[in-house]
Design a protein around this ligand. Structure first.
Ligand SMILES: O=C(O)CCC(=O)C(=O)O
Ligand SMILES: [Fe+2]
Length: 417
């Protein structure tokens, strides 16, 4: 019997405000708060959460000046629990894409990742299946998580032929298209800020099902682990965080992106344990650290730089909404000594040896307030505790859901009591 290959008639779909539609499912909100203002708030919640995950977990990406956070990387760095916030949006993107391209229950998610493009990043005309090792990609979906003109300049998306001709990214909008050469597209160079997307590719070929691979990785990582400390991040190999102009992983010119992301928010890092500047870069990434700002050091140990970065970005996300009941903060804030200052500069010379370059790569738009809107040591301490609650709660959820995912060989939002 001949196999009839289905050819979708429609080649692409642009959906404004896709994320807000997602929330329409919540009937309470639907009936009481059907206002664009309320939708905007709901979009912001998910967008800000994914931004927090990306800025505290990303590695250097697959193209120059591009950073990415893949789900397998989250698992490998003991941050599997960050997969939870992706699940509803991932499911909805798949449902919508299958409905539009009329291939319900036929597709597998091949890749899910947060991808950010910083100044200088661009991509010329291409189709998403344009390499022999990408032929399994049949459909693409890009969900914009921030906005042109507000969060970045440049970065417009163009299709070579047909409509829409161009897309001006706006947080919450989605574009879906077939991954073949009927959808040749490009992205203009980013000239300012950092452009952030959630990108998914889909395949008809079950051997490229991302879920199966992730479930197997999760099973190896989670089954034998103690739930209590399963959410403390562990860095991956140091070259995954090393940004250099030519993307070569030599540690002479460039910077460690975690160090740089803290630096552009106004923080320095102090490592109290024996840590000569000649130390191997990876060794520095796994040592306990303390945060420094101007001439003050917070007497609070983080297990490593990734932990400090997660807490600081959690603070950027939640801001002064964090419950802050610190009374004895003065005893936790120490003056930086001369010796400590020298050590901090030594560490900076190793991990941030091109500081101006780092600031250029991670600079904000001039219209944006500089990095974190607010800063207060007592709020940073409140963020340490609130981050722990948040992460341990997600960690519990993933431990509860994994058995169902294993059983159904699929990652989905399990409705638990
Ligand atoms: O981010 C976008 O708008 C599209 C990115 C893209 O074309 C790609 O990564 O292949
Ligand atoms: Fe593309």
């Amino acid at each position: 019997m001949a196999v009839v290959e289905f050819e979708p008639q429609q080649l692409r779909l642009f959906i404004p405000n896709f994320l807000s539609l997602d929330e329409c499912k919540v009937s309470f909100f639907h009936s009481f708060f059907l206002s664009s203002f309320f939708f905007l708030i709901l979009i912001l919640i998910l967008v800000k959460e994914l931004e927090f995950i990306h800025k505290s977990s990303s590695t250097v990406g697959y193209r120059p000046n591009v950073f990415s956070t893949t789900l397998s990387h989250l698992i490998a760095t003991n941050s599997s629990h960050f997969i939870i916030p992706f699940i509803p949006i991932r499911e909805r993107l798949k449902d919508k894409l299958e409905e539009f391209f009329k291939c319900e229950y036929e597709l597998f998610i091949e890749f899910t990742g947060l991808i950010s493009w910083s100044r200088g990043a661009s991509i010329g005309w291409h189709s998403d299946d344009n390499r022999p090792y990408l032929k399994q990609r049949h459909f693409s979906a890009v969900c914009y998580l921030n906005t042109y003109g507000k969060d970045f300049s440049g970065g417009l998306f163009h299709f070579q032929d047909g409509e829409p001709k161009s897309i001006v990214p706006k947080a919450g909008d989605v574009v879906m298209y077939t991954a073949d050469d009927r959808n040749i597209h490009s992205v203009d160079e980013i000239t300012e800020g950092e452009r952030l997307t959630l990108a998914l590719w889909f395949s008809r070929d079950g051997s490229h099902d991302e879920d199966m691979k992730l479930i197997s990785l999760l099973s190896q990582h989670l089954l034998h682990e103690n739930v209590a400390d399963s959410y403390l991040p562990l860095p991956a190999s140091s070259n995954m965080y090393w940004f250099s102009k030519d993307q070569a992983s030599n540690y002479q010119f460039g910077f460690n992106i975690s160090w740089a992301r803290l630096h552009v928010l106004g923080y320095d890092i102090y490592i109290s344990q024996d840590s000569s500047c000649e130390s191997d870069v990876f060794e520095l990434l796994v040592k306990p650290v303390r945060l420094v700002r101007d001439n003050e050091l917070l007497d609070q140990e983080f297990v490593n730089i990734m932990h400090a970065l997660q807490v600081v970005h959690f603070y950027c996300w939640k801001g002064s909404a964090l419950l802050n009941n610190m009374s004895n903060i003065d005893s936790k804030v120490l003056k930086v000594t001369e010796v400590q200052r020298e050590k901090i500069s030594g560490l900076n010379s190793v991990l941030l040896n091109d500081n101006d370059f780092a600031s250029k790569v991670f600079c904000n738009m001039p219209s944006e307030e500089k990095g974190c809107i607010c800063f207060d040591w007592s709020e940073v301490l409140a963020a340490v505790a609130a981050w722990e609650d948040y992460a341990s709660n997600l960690s519990k959820q993933i431990h509860l859901q994994l058995p169902y995912w294993r059983m159904h060989e699929s990652i989905y939002n399990v409705q638990l009591e």
